[in-house]
Design a protein around this ligand. Structure first.
Ligand SMILES: [Zn+2]
Length: 303
């Protein structure tokens, strides 16, 4: 099974259009020791045949064009993409669905609450109902494994909240366990298990045990420190309050997962302000010395 990292940045990408932080500025000026990144997006293929998208990022059109495996085949309209799985209803995770609107049928898998937020509260998603069977929505169960695209999947509810744009009535009737999920992905034909967790606010004991069963984890690398978001104009929350454990500090990811020795560990969903993007920085070397990798656009992982 091939898993391709099409994008590895947090919302806004790197560089972000309205950001002149040290990272974004130096990247634009061509003097940054690290790579530009598009917003977090995965795709996998479990064997010969169709591809499954994991989330639908705002950069999806460019990400498809950068990936020959996802190009249409034959002489007319076609796509190897058959399914899209959403781990939440945030703009960064779902807006790319609107880029797939050109009269093509595909399945969308999301929790019931995420499906209702997107299809019942946001009329713009009506562009995916222009003909019968255009987008077929299927609810992701939280209490049973399910299959998509030749893989066996399991959804684990994570501590997180619904997007700020949803109204009070929808928020009150939605199941909080359906807001943000992590996914455990294993080829149905057998092989390794990958966990995809781009938004993790904390690691309770049961989650730690599930991580230790994995072969590869793609884990929340949004912020280096608790205070990092406070340096961003308009934000006054800590990283944890935004649903992202920081990488550093006594309750950060490096310390909490230091004993996790089985899986290959990669950070993904990296915010443009994060110093680990700079491969000359002490923070980047601290992450590498602790046995972690930093995901990059175009990476491929074989399970
Ligand atoms: Zn920036």
């Amino acid at each position: 099974m091939r898993v391709k990292v099409l994008g590895s940045a947090a919302g806004g990408g790197f560089p972000q259009w309205n950001c002149a932080c040290s990272n974004c500025r130096r990247l634009r000026e061509g003097r940054f020791p690290g790579a530009a990144r598009t917003q977090t997006q995965l795709a996998w293929q479990a064997g010969p045949g169709p591809w499954t998208l994991l989330n639908a990022s705002p950069d999806l059109r460019a990400q498809i064009e950068a990936t020959p495996e996802l190009w249409p085949q034959g002489g007319n309209r076609h796509s190897p993409i058959s399914d899209v799985i959403l781990t939440g209803a945030e703009v960064d995770q779902a807006i790319g669905l609107l880029l797939l609107r050109e009269f093509h049928s595909f399945r969308v898998h999301a929790t019931r609450s995420v499906r209702r937020i997107l299809t019942e509260d946001n009329s713009v998603f009506g562009v995916l109902r222009r003909f019968a069977g255009q987008a077929c929505w299927q609810d992701i169960p939280l209490d049973a494994a399910f299959s998509v695209g030749g893989a066996r999947l399991e959804a684990i509810p994570l501590a997180g909240s619904f997007p700020g744009f949803i109204g009070g009535a929808r928020s009150a009737e939605s199941d909080p366990a359906e807001a943000v999920i992590g996914l455990w992905i294993t080829p149905e034909s057998g092989g390794q298990t990958l966990a995809f967790l781009p938004g993790v606010g904390s690691i309770p004991e049961h989650l730690y045990e599930r991580l230790q069963e994995c072969d590869v984890i793609l884990f929340d690398g949004t912020f280096w420190s608790e205070e990092e978001p406070a340096s961003i104009p308009g934000l006054s929350k800590t990283a944890s309050q935004m649903g992202h454990m920081p990488i550093s500090g006594p309750r950060g990811t490096l310390a909490t997962l230091a004993g996790l020795d089985r899986p290959r560990k990669l950070f993904i969903h990296i915010n443009n302000t994060n110093p680990i993007l700079d491969e000359d920085s002490a923070e980047y070397h601290a992450v590498r010395d602790a046995g972690w990798e930093v995901a990059r656009d175009g990476m491929e992982i074989t399970l």
